[in-house]
Design a protein around this ligand. Sequence first.
Ligand SMILES: Nc1nc2[nH]c(SCCc3ccc(S(N)(=O)=O)cc3)nc2c(=O)[nH]1
Length: 280
Amino acid sequence: NSSRLPCGIRELDLSRAHVMGILNVTPDSFSDGGRYNRLDAALLHVEQMIGAGASLIDVGGESTRPGAAVVSVEEELQRVVPVVEAIAARFDVVISVDTSTPEVMVASAAAGAGLINDVRALERPGALEAARDTGLPICLMHRQGEPDTMQLAPRYASVLDEVNAYLQARVEACEAAGITRQRLILDPGFGFGKTLEHNLGLFARLRDLRPAGVPLLVGVSRKSMIGQALDRPVDQRLYGGLALAALAVDAGAAILRVHDVAETVDVVRMVEAVKSARQS
Ligand SMILES: Nc1nc2[nH]c(SCCc3ccc(S(N)(=O)=O)cc3)nc2c(=O)[nH]1
């Protein structure tokens, strides 16, 4: 039926919301040194997130937080592909690859990835074609500017209209390249070139954010909009993040990208229970 999303050899039932666990495979996200330790630690983290109820694992080899450094294609391949392979060999889970790099999309798909998550919405040269040819579903996210400068002075005449227009244009570019709308997921890109006001204004209108029928992915976990609204450091943003997770699911979001999987899974299940009671 229309609410199932093929993800490579697996599929997601989008008639209910899903939790995507974050797996950072950037060097600054590891305490220890060696590559074996890194892979071992990554697989332990994946096992924990799946056990906690994650339907997807998002593997990112390029940090796209504000001010992040650029990473080479080779470096990104070396960080991401072995981890995708190892997860695919061990676990039954949809592996999302958080990349804007065509070569990483192709190699990750071959290694078992089931979803392409591109914070640059396939704008890099060759990305549209590479993503199309993987046959995988694709998440298109809005951002204003690039990580190194995007938070310096974000400005919009109307953040909702501009995000909507951008995402609509990216959907049309994908359709023109032969990627059907049924493969697409949209994401307003919280924290990517937005002030607190922009982020709250977007979040407040989540329902208005997408062409009907296209699922929405929301990523607000531990982000500055929570820190600014609550005056909390990055390690004390769980409760604010759970409040936003509940609101996002109630507003119809299909996938939540989070660090704290177990806590978010219970919030999602509780909100879904109330939503289904509204139907009956
Ligand atoms: N689809 C999708 N993929 C994502 N990948 C990331 S990495 C987070 C980078 C970051 C960290 C912190 C801030 S801030 N200044 O708001 O605290 C912004 C961006 N995020 C997202 C997201 O949302 N969607």
